[in-house]
Design a protein around this ligand. Sequence first.
Ligand code: NDP
Length: 379
Amino acid sequence: MSDMKKKVAVLGATGSIGKSTLDIIRHNSDDFEPVLFTANTNREALLCLGREFPGVPLAFSGGADGLDGIAYYGKEGLLRAVAECGADIAVNGIAGSAGLEPSLAAIEAGYTVALANKETVVMAGPLVFKRAEEKKVNILPVDSEHSAIFHLINAYGRENIDRIFLTASGGPFRTYSKEKLAQVSVQEALAHPTWKMGPKISLDSATMANKGLEVIEACRFFNMAPEEITVLVHPQSIVHSMIRLRNNAVYAQFSRPDMRLPIQEALYWPETKPSPFGALDFSQLSLEFAKPDGERFPMLPLAYEAAVRGGLYPLVYNAANEIAAETFLKEGIHFLDIPRIVRYVMERDWQGSCFNLETILETDREARQIALSLVIKKI
Ligand code: NDP
């Protein structure tokens, strides 16, 4: 790295990805300096960061001016903050569809984007990658599976690869019967066996919607057809993903399940630095792989369907899932209602340009409305 510190905007600084990013910034203060922190509801935690890093602007998208030293308010304030912060790299750890416009703002400003917010790619991949190419901006995946594939592709060449294996922990209900799945509580759904993450992605891991979103993300990130991507249930979460070359050789990335590693990889990219996160002891490992069960976890086949139909269908899948997941987390519907709602919304005819932000946002609103109407009927 050059002598200059990399300027990092931390979007979603109060969340799980945000905290891991801050951990890396704190431990590598000679290499990185934060230039923006954003939060949505957790004003106290944001102000606390402001005290720890005096002078770094704060953006609080979920509220109005409280005369407490926060420079930017509301959604417009968040987008302005991204545009004005002068970062070299923006880590987008905002949860859900709210991450899309900040990603676009970072691209427009010419920053490298370290993308944890998979919804950016699922909702608007074609537009996002087109703008990134036009602006000569790098988008680096932070999702552990996609980070693994990104580095494997860099090592072996995209043209030599004929299959991606995306690994999935299988979530807390991997071994549950359908009858048992019908009864699960919010608390059980949030208890992820291997990863510590925010509530929405934890629930998505339990339904396997997270893996569904990642299949779509992988298609768009690496220009793969859905049928070239195989999901494997791997409960230990040690192999983060694999590629198969045309000669049938398979290459994998192994590491402990700790998001700080892919975040660090993105922050230092194209360099690789030593990490303090602990090496694997292979003598203690026993690794399993199994085929996922689409019958018990229909969110996975529904994601493949969305990926095959392409266009706006991935966006619709995500929007319907966000409404269903939010309602489940408020105990408004049962676990198995989530895929029913998503299937219902996807049955509509969704046509339109996925290169146009207005169309994208309008379709997102419409799909949410339809999902909500179904949720209300169920409640
Ligand atoms: P969290 O729920 O822990 O954190 C979300 C962050 O986004 C918080 O800072 C939150 O602010 C902010 N936020 C939430 N809603 C909005 C909104 N409407 N507008 C602006 N900011 C908002 O989520 P995670 O860190 O777990 O996940 C973040 C993203 O990273 C997701 O897209 C997820 O899929 C992805 N990801 C996460 C992984 C993980 O290990 N956690 C792994 C791989 C991908 P506040 O706290 O103030 O409400």
